[in-house]
Design a binder for this molecule. Structure first.
Ligand SMILES: Cc1cc2nc3c(=O)[nH]c(=O)nc-3n(C[C@H](O)[C@H](O)[C@H](O)COP(=O)(O)OP(=O)(O)OC[C@H]3O[C@@H](n4cnc5c(N)ncnc54)[C@H](O)[C@@H]3O)c2cc1C
Length: 514
């Protein structure tokens, strides 16, 4: 990728700033239409919010309650398309709403019937009212006192960064150029005053690049305003970010194949307890913040709130000592208000042109990344007069596509790439050994991520190619030395570089422990 950008002389059709769900989705969309695309990510792909979601591909039951039917239908359709195009990454998960009051079963029963009906041919399964016994059979660790029954409905679950890495690969397969550790530090303008390119620095070497583009798309999520202000220092804020945290516990706290959905916590939010990669994931919160950072920290009251809410529903109340990992994401929320420059194509996401011609697309959610990308590329092509070409991503298979990936066991999320990882294990038996007794990850995955998935640091491997850091931060820390040793062989690190990688990761991992 670096060689490609160094050789490039002519301007790109589209430069995308930001390598999260939004940016990678745009790169896939634009490249598969045949446009020339460059994507630049300041850190690793998925370092921002896109690695820190609740891992649900969903229509949003909450929006239904708010009466936003169009939004729910759009997201349910995208949920269906994503399962169709990436069956190795999206699975069907049963969610149970436990009922403790007499009115809850008919109320949620009806609501969730409508939710499923809105999905039409993209449905994941009919909702049903459960007796007390049926609820307990699905959720053996739910609090039984006062439990009347429940309602079960179905939604999608995924691994956010595995999808992201596969989207990066899909974009590359379609001809896009994507570079991680390339930070955009300035936007260049032509004689007409419109943006005509970017200045970026290679975060590994310090090399500075200047790239020309017919249109620049700002897909930096919660960081959108800081990139907009590179061109217009006084641009009024578009974003009103808020953070949400998740706590991860041992599998035994939920001990089920089904998730719990709590429709109304004491602060009026939805909360989930979900089985994910053999662990229990509980979240989330909603706390407005003033300045987004790449490594946001949880507030003590957020941790207490999740522990307290989980304790109301689980037989064994989780405590701070039970937390295996805590991770925090920042919602790229767009301010409400009638900003005249904002062309809201959907209530869910926003496409905004600044007077400099910078196109910012933000808001939305992981589930609707494809739709967002389609709108953004349509607008970019219109704005800059690129030849009109139809979007093809509705039926474009995502890299690794495999309809029966379960046959690959713990490597199922790699889809068709699992075969090549198995080959690495067969060639070198030690690479087949788990790197930690509490997690399934092997040396072969480290080698694969370094050779084929652009992993550049120990963190990239342990946080986003595998999910070790998000599942069990102490176990991840214990794996760092061996991961660094394996990566050193691939990337030619010397002993000092190896030690620095381990030290940096240990520091980071402390922030995921409480
Ligand atoms: C707690 C939480 C839970 C969520 N759960 C779900 C869920 O279950 N399902 C769902 O559908 N959605 C969920 N979402 C929403 C979803 O995660 C986000 O909408 C989505 O990840 C946003 O992606 P993005 O690409 O816009 O932003 P990001 O992922 O933050 O990507 C922006 C990228 O831009 C990069 N960047 C910034 N500045 C520069 C620069 N100068 N140069 C180069 N790169 C730069 C950053 O490093 C970052 O990687 C959740 C969100 C939160 C916060």
């Amino acid at each position: 990728m670096i060689a490609r950008v160094n050789q490039r002389r002519e301007p790109w059709d589209i430069i995308v700033i930001g390598g999260g769900a939004t940016g990678a989705g745009i790169a896939v969309d634009a490249a598969s239409r045949g446009y020339d695309v460059l994507l630049l990510e300041q850190h690793d792909f998925g370092k921002g919010t896109s690695s820190r979601s609740t891992k649900l591909v969903h229509g949003g039951v909450r929006y239904l309650e708010q009466g936003n039917i169009a939004l729910v239908m759009e997201a349910l359709k995208e949920r269906g398309l994503l399962r169709q195009n990436a069956p190795h990454l999206v699975s069907n998960l049963a969610f149970v709403v436990p009922n403790y009051d007499w009115w809850e079963a008919p109320f949620y029963g009806l609501g969730l019937k409508i939710y499923n009906a809105l999905a039409g041919k993209y449905g994941f399964g009919s909702s049903e009212i459960l007796t007390r016994e049926e609820t307990l059979a699905r959720l053996p660790t739910i609090k039984t006192e006062g439990l009347r029954g429940g309602v079960v409905y179905y939604d999608g679950q995924f691994d956010d960064t595995r999808l992201l890495i596969n989207l990066v690969a899909t974009a590359a397969d379609q001809g896009a150029t994507l570079v991680n550790y390339a930070r955009v530090v300035a936007l260049t303008k032509g004689s007409d005053g419109f943006i005509d390119g970017v200045v970026a620095t290679d975060q590994e070497t310090g090399q500075e690049w200047t790239f020309g583009a017919r249109v620049v798309i700002n897909a930096t999520g919660a960081f959108s305003d800081s990139v907009r202000r590179l061109a217009e220092p006084d641009a009024p804020a578009l974003m009103a970010p808020s953070q949400g945290i998740h706590l991860v516990f041992h599998h035994s706290f939920l001990s089920a194949q089904s998730a719990i959905m709590v429709p109304h916590t004491s602060d009026g939010r939805v909360m989930f307890a979900i089985p994910w990669h053999g662990h229990t994931l509980v979240g989330t919160t909603d706390t407005p913040i003033s300045t987004p950072t790449l490594e946001p920290r949880p507030l003590q009251e957020e941790i207490e709130f999740i522990l307290e809410t989980a304790s109301q529903y689980l037989l064994k109340p989780p405590t701070r000592d039970d937390v295996l990992s805590v991770f925090v994401g920042i919602r790229p929320l767009v301010k409400s208000g009638d900003n005249k420059l904002t062309a809201a194509l959907s209530r869910d996401h926003t496409i905004h042109f600044d007077t400099s011609g910078l196109l910012t697309t933000t808001g939305g959610k992981w589930t609707t990344y494809r739709n967002m990308a389609e709108h953004a590329v349509d607008q970019a092509a219109d704005f800059t007069g690129l030849a009109e070409r139809p979007c093809v991503t509705r039926s474009l298979n995502i890299h690794g596509f495999h309809s029966h990936a379960d046959r690959f066991g713990t490597l199922r999320l790699y889809g068709s790439d699992a075969l090549a990882i198995q080959d690495l294990m067969h060639a070198t038996a030690s690479l087949a050994e788990p790197l930690h007794p509490e997690l399934p990850y092997t040396g072969a995955e480290v080698v694969w991520a370094t050779r084929h998935e652009m992993a550049r640091t120990v963190e990239d491997v342990l946080a986003r190619r595998t999910r070790a850091l998000f599942l069990n931060a102490r176990a991840a820390e214990a794996m760092a030395t061996e991961v660094a040793r394996l990566m050193a062989r691939e990337l030619g690190w010397d002993a000092a570089q190896q030690a620095a990688q381990v030290a940096a990761f240990s520091d980071l991992a402390k922030g995921y422990q409480i």
